[in-house]
Design a protein around this ligand. Structure first.
Ligand code: ADP
Ligand code: MG
Length: 351
């Protein structure tokens, strides 16, 4: 549905995105995930035709829309847009906002057909009956659904969404994104969305592109990225981690948390061990190696702060995340180990 081939774009001096290749298939929901300023919105602007790339080729449904000497303007691309601030017209009713989305793109439709389409998308986003309301009479979640209805009305082949839930408070956000995912999947529209929140990306996406500094770090299904990150940056983007330095001896990484096999092809004398907070296992064996400093209940899980004395004198400060309420009290001696499936080793060469 959408293909970028070696696309680069520079606004000023330094490139905002460099040599980007991505692909979104029919009906697929794909996220661009990365920190602020890494170039996510630029990719959406290039896809929609708000910017023209300096290099590379962009194709929509097999047709070149941007390349050297080719540029198809935004209104001819058949793409729906949903932004963080919804961009609803405040002086127009919900119905007229959605009708506006049909102007220009659906020239062949009669007035009646347009009205029927508006009713059908309103129904689709569960807002029938609210067509005559003004945007400021609606909640944030309802406004977001109007924005989605407006984008869906012309039946675009692709919808681009830029941080679509950022304006909603966290509890509403979870419900709205669930609604949105069901609506989008039912409509079968391909979606490229932008977020800096890894949980949101995992919730919404069939596939994710993780970005850093204008480039793609890693692409894959949520499970691939979470379970097999290629580097520390990707691992750390998908959840809180402990980072412990170790030294390499005879094919093993020696760390205070135990000794680990070195991945094939790794070289060097030292490496970082990355352990997710949920990958640290607190046991009560005879051989204790750490002490509980504090436990905080955070709702669905508790965060345990631990201190592990090192031979050289200083202490290693570690975080463990355990389900539910944890009754460990400060000063308690425990045996720490790690869940091997939540551990990643990256040598100094990897970023
Ligand atoms: P993200 O959406 O990931 O936060 P953006 O794509 O908005 O990142 O920005 C990527 C880079 O391009 C940033 O360094 C940003 O400052 C720069 N940039 C974005 N838009 C413009 C613009 N209109 N003019 C100049 N620089 C821009
Ligand atoms: Mg952005």
């Amino acid at each position: 549905m959408l293909t970028f081939e070696n696309v680069s774009h520079t606004y000023g001096v330094t490139p905002s995105v460099e040599n980007i290749s991505i692909q979104i298939r029919k009906g697929e929901v794909v996220s661009l995930l990365g920190p602020s300023g890494c170039g996510k919105s630029t990719i959406l602007r290039l896809a929609s035709g708000l910017e023209q790339p300096q290099a590379g080729t962009i194709m929509l449904d097999g047709k070149v829309v941007a390349s050297e000497g080719v540029f198809i303007p935004p209104e001819e691309r058949g793409i729906g847009l949903v932004f963080q601030d919804y961009a609803l017209f405040p002086h127009m009713s919900v119905r007229r906002n959605i009708l506006f989305g049909l102007e220009g793109v659906s020239n062949g439709m009669s007035r009646e057909q347009k009205e029927a389409r508006v009713n059908s998308v309103l129904d689709h986003v569960d807002l029938s009956g609210l067509g005559e309301m003004m945007p400021d009479e609606l909640s944030g979640g309802q406004q977001q659904r109007v924005a989605l209805a407006r984008a869906l009305a012309p039946e675009p082949r692709l919808i681009l969404m830029d941080e679509p839930y950022a304006g909603l408070d966290s509890r509403l956000r979870e419900r709205i994104r669930d609604d949105m995912l069901h609506i989008l999947k039912e409509a079968g529209t391909a979606v490229l969305m932008v977020t800096h929140d890894s949980e949101e990306a995992m919730f919404m996406s069939d596939r994710i592109y993780v970005m850093r500094s204008g480039q793609i770090e890693q692409a894959g299904r949520p499970i691939d990225l979470y379970c097999r990150p290629h580097n520390a940056f990707v691992a750390e983007f998908f959840g809180e981690v402990n980072r412990v330095e170790g030294i390499i001896e005879k094919g093993h990484l020696l760390t205070p948390l135990g000794n680990f096999d070195i991945p094939e092809g790794a070289s060097g004398r030292s490496a970082s061990l990355i352990v997710r907070h949920e990958g640290l296992v607190i046991g009560n064996g005879d051989k204790t190696n750490a002490e509980v400093m504090e436990t905080r209940l955070l709702g669905r899980y508790s965060l345990v702060h631990l201190s592990m004395p090192l031979p050289k004198g200083e202490d290693l400060h570690l975080h463990a995340r355990v389900p539910g309420l944890n009754m460990l009290s400060p000063g308690q001696k425990v045996t720490l180990s790690v869940d091997p499936s939540q551990v990643f080793i990256f040598t100094q060469g990897s970023r």
